[in-house]
Design a protein around this ligand. Structure first.
Ligand SMILES: [Ca+2]
Length: 352
């Protein structure tokens, strides 16, 4: 998700004008060493009248229809920051999910971003001894030229292959980065729309406010054409807002170290991420993408509503479109405490 910290360049910071970046910057600048629970409490106190209150949650699509693990494919900009790695491990250890494949997405590094994500995924799979059982494919480092022109890649082909697999259950394609690979797969093979549910994370949505839809803060802006292609399609779509919902996923590095250190190579790796580069001095971090993975594990832990899709403008901003027949599902709230509790429990009962 939004990765930039005060250690990033001013040029790149200019790309990110959404609330999450400002929050993360504030966390660092003020050297606030909250526990995550303290943070959530303070955040929810201010947001209780809006994003955390939902009168009625509709479950119009994507509800589990069986006890079988949910089929998922993760598309990830894994080397962008440090939340994707947690989200991938979270999915791998969840008995409710079957990770069928992982595809590598690009990010602001337009030269080798997707390759770096690919390498990071490979590292995770080596540490979890899953290299031989979960295929990985390289996606596009650059955005689509326009909303009708896909970027053919191995990632797009793998999404299509898994979507059309001989399985009666739908494939949930989790977009943890820019939407290029997902949109490209859909444009290359439109018939996958009846076999997949796309679930992605980025732009804001605030229930009860006008406008409800806010700006894309990172993933949309990395490839606006891809976001437009998906929002203007009729593929089933679930949205996790980053600025107003998954921003509750803040957690202190001390909590992470205490929970994960010494539990095994993959968990030591996750701890080590907090000692690298621009994350080295952060007392805590919002692990954005874990929110999206979690609502795949247990949809009941968030409040999901069905609403008209917004218009996504060419600059990544949005316009509410109340008469739009295109409907999408949106999570208007999550329970961050529950998400982390479930993660700790899954860790305790799983070994690689
Ligand atoms: Ca991500």
């Amino acid at each position: 998700m939004c990765l930039l910290t005060p250690l990033e360049s001013g040029r790149l910071q200019g790309l990110f004008l959404g609330l999450p970046l400002r929050q993360e910057v504030q966390f660092v600048m003020l050297k606030m060493d909250f526990s995550r629970r303290q943070f959530v409490t303070r955040t929810l106190a201010g947001a209780a009248s809006a994003a955390f209150w939902v009168p009625h949650a509709q479950q119009s699509c994507a509800s589990p229809t069986s006890k079988k693990p949910r089929r998922v494919l993760i598309d990830t900009d894994a080397k962008n920051e440090i939340d994707d790695q947690f989200a991938i491990v979270q999915a791998l250890i969840a008995p409710e999910l079957k990770v069928e494949a992982i595809t590598a997405a690009g990010y602001h590094d337009r030269q080798v971003g997707a390759q770096r994500s690919f390498d990071e995924v490979e590292r995770i799979l080596r540490l979890t001894n899953l290299t031989e059982s979960i295929p990985v494919a390289l996606g596009s480092s650059i955005p689509m030229e326009d909303k009708k022109t896909p970027r053919p890649t191995d990632a797009a082909e793998l999404i299509i292959e898994r979507a059309l697999a001989d399985d009666p259950e739908p494939l949930y394609v989790l977009g943890l980065g820019q939407f290029t690979n997902l949109a490209s797969a859909l444009l290359i093979e439109p018939k996958i729309k009846d076999r997949v549910v796309f679930a992605c994370i980025d732009g804001d949505y605030r229930l009860g406010q006008t406008p409800a839809w806010g700006i894309g803060c990172y993933n949309w802006k990395m490839d606006v054409s891809a976001a437009q292609a998906i929002f203007e399609s009729d593929v089933r779509y679930i949205h996790m807002p980053a600025p107003s919902v998954s921003d509750q996923m803040y957690i202190g590095r001390e909590v992470i170290a205490k929970r994960l250190a010494g539990r095994g190579p993959i968990y030591d790796f996750l701890v080590s991420l907090w000692n690298e580069g621009r994350f080295k001095d952060l007392p805590g971090k919002i692990l954005w993408d874990m929110a999206l993975v979690h609502v795949m594990i247990d949809p009941s832990h968030g409040k999901r509503i069905t609403v008209p899709a917004p218009v996504i403008n060419d600059d990544g901003s949005t316009r509410d479109n109340p008469t739009n027949l295109r409907q999408v599902d949106v999570y208007a709230s999550i329970d961050a405490d529950e998400i982390y509790d479930r993660f700790w429990k899954a860790m305790a009962s799983h070994s690689f």
